[in-house]
Ligand binder design. Sequence first.
Ligand SMILES: Cc1cc2nc3c(=O)[nH]c(=O)nc-3n(C[C@H](O)[C@H](O)[C@H](O)COP(=O)(O)OP(=O)(O)OC[C@H]3O[C@@H](n4cnc5c(N)ncnc54)[C@H](O)[C@@H]3O)c2cc1C
Length: 352
Amino acid sequence: MTDRPRCPRGADVCPPGPEHLPAVTERPTLSFELFPPRTPAAEPRLWQTVRALEAARPDFVSVTYGASGRTRETTRALVRRLLRETSLTAIVHLTCVGTSREEVSQVVREFLDEGVRAFLALRGDPPADAEDWQPHPDGVDTAADLVALLRRIEAERVAVSPAQAVRATVRPLSLAVAAFPRGNHATGGTRAQDVQSLLAKQEAGADFAITQVVHTADDFAGLVEEARSAGVRIPIIPGVIPLTDPGRLRRLEQLTGVPAPAALVGRLDAIEDPEHRHEVGVDATAELLRGVLDAGAPGVHVYTFNQHRGPLDALERAGLLGHAHDDAPDEAPGEAPGDTPAAGDRVPAAVG
Ligand SMILES: Cc1cc2nc3c(=O)[nH]c(=O)nc-3n(C[C@H](O)[C@H](O)[C@H](O)COP(=O)(O)OP(=O)(O)OC[C@H]3O[C@@H](n4cnc5c(N)ncnc54)[C@H](O)[C@@H]3O)c2cc1C
């Protein structure tokens, strides 16, 4: 690694430890997205990643949830283990499309009973093979409705239990929502429509937003400008992927409609040595991370694809890690075998 971050206290040798990190107010938030392992064989590797990411002391990790609750059990198992065995704060993605209001409420209560205090409230997309998709007759139709439902369930629980009221004061329910700097390709929505949707989510009680993957700081800044003019006040955190894998960048373009950075993809394609390709991609990602922060982002949310090397190398190069990454176990460049997201697979949320 080059350009090691400097010790904020100016020491030559900076031992790891919270006292050597910059003051909390000076640090951008740092968060990672994980998805539940798609096969049992992928689980040990995921946990290697979890431990490496934990050492970076993120503010939270978010865990994806398949549309229509498809990964309900695997998401729950991962979240439960994160809560019990790590120091990480977990935000659970929740989708509501194709599900009755009662079923969604049941899932919410189960997660709350497990100790979850943060959700990313999403509508979710209808299944790719559903030609004539219709809203569920007694369903929750938009993410804003889901935010309102979550707030109502929490209020009901607090109203019937003084103990719960105290807990809710100490650990308030935190609700994140999605935002789309280039409009939502999956629904055909424009950025202007999505900003209106974001406003509705804020009015329903959302606390902050995380964007679909951005590859340029301008895309992020454009969304924020339009959202602020429309009255959106909640923080908006840009979602970034490590720009190290040209194949993944091309696939994401197909799935999200977010254009892959063509010049970088061409450059990465032309490099044969995987280590050299990794280094070039890490440099590009670090530049993007610094760019979104310079554009005013309160923090960065990294779509990890359940890998740690690319995310942590890029954050370190951008000067965002302190020394926390020194202990992270190594990982070969490329995708984790057996856990590679495929087209049509809604699990990694970077595809939005
Ligand atoms: C950070 C992030 C994480 C994600 N995680 C997952 C995941 O774990 N699992 C998964 O299945 N999917 C996930 N997705 C994908 C997401 O569920 C889909 O892209 C879904 O289509 C959008 O959901 P939404 O929450 O923005 O819905 P909504 O805000 O309800 O929007 C849905 C559509 O309705 C329109 N709309 C809604 N309300 C209004 C309004 N008041 N005015 C105008 N237009 C409106 C919007 O423009 C949009 O076209 C994620 C996306 C992101 C960005």
